[in-house]
Design a binder for this molecule. Structure first.
Ligand code: AMP
Length: 293
């Protein structure tokens, strides 16, 4: 695996790959790689000739009270894990490489970023969309892989590439979970043993929403109620939102619908966790259980 910190060096490699006619898949990450990230790398490897992974803790998507400084940074380990999972190129720039003096142009997402995470994390999606746009311009991949774990981010990025005519196909991949259902996340490392136990309440409440939605239509009020009942039984959980939304627009559902997405943001102690699950639809019923998105 070739490791680059400079955009110019990566571009030389990219030109050679283009001349060889090989397709590139990009997996953008903030590092502290875990099985969730590795599943994206493996999917990219199945679909593409060359897999590039970016590792960059993007300062502009963190708010002033977020965990930018204490976010885990484990580059040596990430290099080994990405290499093992089949990545061919790893791009790990310093902040000054991505945001040099004079930087001033950003991507401003639309209404899809104004709900759920949007109001709670002002500027987050503008920061995330801008860095994804930069990574897509630098790597120029045929495909880019994102986890459904960050469902709203995936939808924001899909909207951005459509609106800005970016020639990259966005691929959304299933959420990888721990055996007890907790979605894998670099932030799980912040949890002490007691909080780690309590954190399973996110998955349990999504499962309750999924069960409440069995049948042909999802009743959003029933699904919200099912989530809240489970969450309120966990004293370590402080809920920011437990919403049921239209899976495309992410606007809250006001009437029963054939398909929906349940989304959660919950503080467990000082650690903020998010998760989501698709409700309704034939696919999940055929599997006889919730699909892990
Ligand atoms: P992050 O490093 O947290 O910014 O995540 C980088 C990419 O990995 C994003 O597209 C995430 O949605 C994805 N990702 C994070 N956790 C998981 C998971 N548990 N399963 C699948 N994808 C994930």
């Amino acid at each position: 695996m070739r490791v680059y910190a400079a955009i110019a060096d990566l571009r030389v490699d990219r030109s050679r790959i283009r001349m060889e006619g090989r397709a590139v898949g990009l997996v953008p990450t903030m590092g502290a790689l875990h099985e969730g990230h590795l599943s994206l790398i493996r999917q990219a490897k199945r679909d593409c000739d060359v897999v590039a992974v970016s590792v960059f803790v993007n300062p502009t998507q963190f708010g002033p009270h977020d965990d930018y400084l204490r976010y885990p940074r484990t580059l040596e380990r990430d290099i080994a894990l990405a290499d093992n999972a089949g990545a061919d190129v790893l791009f790990a720039p310093e902040p000054a490489e991505m945001y040099p003096d004079g930087f001033q142009t950003t991507v401003q997402p639309g209404p899809i970023a104004d709900v759920l995470e949007g109001p709670l994390r002002p500027g987050h999606f503008a920061g995330a969309a801008t860095i994804v746009a930069k990574m897509l311009n630098i790597v120029q991949p045929e495909r880019a892989y994102f986890g459904r774990k960050d469902y709203q981010q995936l939808r924001v990025v899909e909207r951005m590439v459509r609106d800005l005519d970016t020639p990259t196909q966005i691929v959304g991949c299933p959420t990888v979970r721990e055996p007890d259902g907790l979605a894998m996340s670099s932030r799980n490392a912040y949890l002490c043993a007691e909080e780690r136990r309590a954190a399973t309440v996110l998955y349990l409440s999504l499962e309750a929403a999924w069960r409440s939605a069995e049948g042909s239509l999802v009743d959003p009020d029933a699904a919200r109620g099912a989530m809240r009942r489970v969450l309120s039984a966990e004293p370590l959980a402080a809920v920011q939102y437990a919403e049921v939304a239209n899976p495309e627009t992410l606007q809250p559902l006001t009437a029963p619908a054939p398909r929906a997405i349940a989304l959660l943001a919950v503080f467990i102690g000082r650690t903020r966790l998010i998760d989501n699950m698709e409700l309704g639809g034939l696919a999940s019923m055929e599997l006889g259980g919730p699909t892990c998105h």
